[in-house]
Structures are given as structure tokens and as C-alpha cells.
Design a protein around this ligand. Structure first.
Ligand SMILES: N[C@@H](CCC(=O)N[C@@H](CS)C(=O)NCC(=O)O)C(=O)O
Length: 235
């Protein structure tokens, strides 16, 4: 028998991992359907952007990870990943946006020269560095790490930040020799997040598939950076 919730995607994807973590943290029964991003008509009917993750739900196909996590909270309010306090809720959403737009997106523009057999031009490398300066400074100012990013309750901000900082740390160290996690003052928070059951399960799957992905793409990136090497989940 299949579950009412089926998450389509692949464990190398940081966004798939965020959506999967939301399902686990909310204790929702779900199935995983292994799928790669695609631009064919069948996939575009599920997600017009042709990206993963995509959630198959009783209310239809849902894509864009923030739409998935907020749908899950609206449909299944238990174990909410959004704060009741409106100021906290707005801060968490602000962190989600900063992490996606000013940390993950610029880092993603460097993927070709890190996780594939491509090259990054110097102008991109320089402009990404300047954006990372601003986003890590902003996150240092906004995040409380007490123990979660917006106080005592885990929220979608923690999930978006954890999986996107994991990938950003790899790229940031490879390209610049910098630690974006340390710059944002988030080392203790990251270590705490890495110990969660959801993170251990998801990162174990990530490691398994990532090795093959790097080999398939003839990637220059080989080993995790020093900060992540110290993580038990990345051993
Ligand atoms: N804004 C999207 C981003 C999803 C995304 O970028 N997914 C990547 C994998 S991590 C993907 O599908 N890439 C393939 C492509 O862009 O064609 C979301 O929030 O879900």
C-alpha cells in the first residue's frame, strides 16, 4: 500500500532533503519516489519548472520546497514547523529567503567548477564572494541559535539553513577556503542539527549517492571540508 504523501526526488538534492526532513520532523507517513529533475512533458506536468522535489499529495502535485513545507504545516498542523508568535514566524521566513536567495543560489552558480567537470569564471567567483559576505553577516545578526535559529522550537528556517549550509560549506571551502558556517556564527547550531535523527538518516543517504554523483560527473571536489569532516554524520 502506498502513502497519501509521496516525495519525488533524489538524495543528492539539498532541496529534496529539506522537504524530506520536514516530512520526518512532522512525523508524517510518506513514501520516497526516486526521480531526477527533467524537462520532458510528463515531468513538467508534475512541476512546470522541471525541478525536484515534487510532493504528490491528496491535494495534487506541489513543488517549490517552501510551498511544500508550508502546505504540510497547513494540511497537518501537528508538529508545526512555523512559530505561533508572528514576529518569530516572520523572522524564520526572512531567514528562509536569505538562505535561498543570497546563500544557496550564488553557491549553486559555482557548482559547475566544483561538482562537475566545468569551470567557474573569475567574475562569478568574485561576485558570489561579495554576496556571501552580505548573507553570512545578515544571518549572524538574525539567527539566535537558542538552540534553534529562531529560539526554542525547530522551524522551517532550521531545515532550509541546515541543508543549504551543508552544501554551501563544501563549495565555499573548495572555491575560497572559507567556512560560511563559521562566518555566520552557526557552528554550534549546525552541530546540534547534525545530531538529529532526521539529519543522520538523510545525510547518510546523501553520502551514499553523492560519491557516485561526483564520480559520474568527473568532479574536482573530492572530500568534505574540515568543518564537515568533524561531523559524525559525514564520517
Ligand atoms: N526553488 C526550488 C529549487 C529546487 C532545485 O533547485 N532543485 C534542483 C536540485 S537541488 C534541481 O531540480 N535542479 C535541476 C534543474 O534545475 O534543472 C525549490 O525550492 O524546490
Amino acid at each position: 500500500m502506498t502513502s497519501a504523501l509521496r516525495l519525488h526526488g533524489y538524495p543528492v538534492s539539498n532541496y529534496f532533503n529539506i522537504a524530506r526532513a520536514a516530512l520526518i520532523e512532522k512525523r508524517l507517513v510518506h513514501d520516497i519516489v526516486t526521480a531526477r529533475a527533467a524537462q520532458d512533458d510528463a515531468f513538467l506536468a508534475m512541476n512546470p519548472m522541471g525541478k525536484i522535489p515534487v510532493l504528490e499529495s491528496p491535494d495534487g502535485w506541489i513543488s517549490e520546497t517552501v510551498a511544500i513545507t508550508e502546505y504540510l504545516d497547513d494540511r497537518f498542523p501537528d508538529h508545526s514547523l512555523r512559530h505561533a508568535d508572528l514576529a518569530d514566524r516572520a523572522t524564520a521566513r526572512q531567514i528562509v529567503n536569505i538562505v535561498q536567495m543570497y546563500l544557496e543560489a550564488p553557491i549553486r552558480s559555482l557548482f559547475p567548477g566544483v561538482f562537475a567537470n566545468g569551470a567557474n569564471d573569475q567574475r562569478t567567483v568574485d561576485s558570489v564572494a561579495a554576496t556571501l559576505d552580505r548573507s553570512t553577516r545578515a544571518l549572524r545578526m538574525l539567527c539566535r541559535s537558542d538552540p534553534f535559529l529562531v529560539g526554542s522550537a525547530i522551524s522551517q528556517a532550521d531545515l532550509f539553513a541546515f541543508y543549504n549550509f551543508d552544501i554551501a560549506e563544501r563549495v565555499g571551502h573548495f572555491v575560497y577556503g572559507r567556512s560560511v558556517i563559521a562566518e555566520a556564527g552557526l557552528a554550534a547550531w549546525f552541530n546540534g542539527m547534525a545530531k538529529r535523527d532526521s539529519s543522520r538518516l538523510i545525510m547518510a543517504d546523501f553520502e551514499l549517492h553523492f560519491r557516485q554523483y561526483l564520480a559520474d560527473h568527473d568532479a574536482p571536489y573530492r572530500a568534505p571540508p574540515p568543518f564537515l569532516s568533524g561531523q559524525q554524520t559525514h564520517a
